[in-house]
Ligand binder design. Structure first.
Ligand SMILES: Nc1ncnc2c1ncn2[C@@H]1O[C@H](COP(=O)(O)OP(=O)(O)OP(=O)(O)O)[C@@H](O)[C@H]1O
Ligand SMILES: [Mg+2]
Length: 237
């Protein structure tokens, strides 16, 4: 779904109605305000250490990783930060659909063919926001994401951008994210209310601890959608 293809009446532009980038389409919407709160809380959760690379993950599928990471990345770009948003979910990628882009080349191309990322990255419709789509789905995502090429890619983009946000697969089903979590400055766990199991969240935390990942906090997604407050942010307890 592209950002601009479904510009209907403003009042219907909500995530529940299929508009993924509410922060871009309706910056004044209450949900966009919630995403700005998420952004601020993430910033406050790491005062002493500058966060340059950040990933959003969850225990299981469909908890809202892609929605939350894309919208929070947009709010940073709107704040004037030079942001790179990367689809590192090489299994169920969605960034290209959300931004209405083709996906013939992307992160998998950079990692598999050692292609220079400058020829792959693309400007989005949002000022200050550059994106890298997943590229074709590879047979060996975990291996690619665990490679030295991935580490070198992150080091290179850190020099060029203020912030790099990664959308990744869920923690419990595959090893991709645990590996990546060890190589980024911060991890945010998206927890969908009514869907995420307490035991699964606990296990995710253990997996992150195992690799000494820097868990910054939790985004509680879908908290009370009827009130329009779809997003909340909680600290680790
Ligand atoms: N707060 C919300 N209110 C309503 N719908 C939501 C909300 N958050 C996410 N969704 C919807 O739930 C679905 C899954 O969201 P999303 O794709 O962001 O999850 P994901 O964790 O990235 O999934 P996957 O595990 O497949 O990568 C999407 O259709 C999205 O629009
Ligand atoms: Mg996703």
């Amino acid at each position: 779904m592209s950002l601009f293809n479904h510009r209907k009446k403003p009042s219907t532009d909500t995530i529940e109605n299929g508009v993924k980038l509410v922060t871009a389409v309706e910056p004044k919407n209450v949900v966009s305000e919630q995403f700005r709160t998420v952004r601020t809380n993430i910033e406050f959760s790491s005062i002493d250490k500058e966060i340059k690379t950040l990933l959003f993950t969850s225990s299981d599928v469909s908890e809202g990783k892609s929605t939350v990471s894309a919208n929070t990345a947009v709010t940073w770009a709107q704040q004037g930060k030079k942001v790179l948003f990367v689809d590192a979910d090489l299994r169920r990628p969605t960034l290209h659909t959300t931004f209405g882009l083709t996906n013939t080349q992307g992160l998998s191309t950079i990692l598999a063919s050692n292609e220079d990322y400058h020829s792959i990255q693309t400007a989005s419709a949002i000022e200050n926001l550059t994106v890298i789509t997943s590229g074709p789905i590879p047979p060996n995502p975990a291996e690619l994401l665990n490679s030295n090429r991935m580490k070198n890619f992150l080091l290179s983009v850190e020099n060029e951008y203020d912030l790099i946000v990664l959308d990744v697969p869920p923690l419990l089903s595959v090893t991709d994210t645990q590996v990546l979590a060890a190589n980024v400055d911060g991890v945010v766990l998206v927890v969908r209310q009514g869907v995420a199991q307490r035991v699964a969240v606990k296990r995710s935390k253990e997996l992150l601890n195992m690799v000494h990942a820097n868990l910054l906090g939790y985004v509680l997604n879908d908290v009370a959608p009827k009130n329009g407050y779809g997003y909340g942010y909680g600290y680790e307890k």
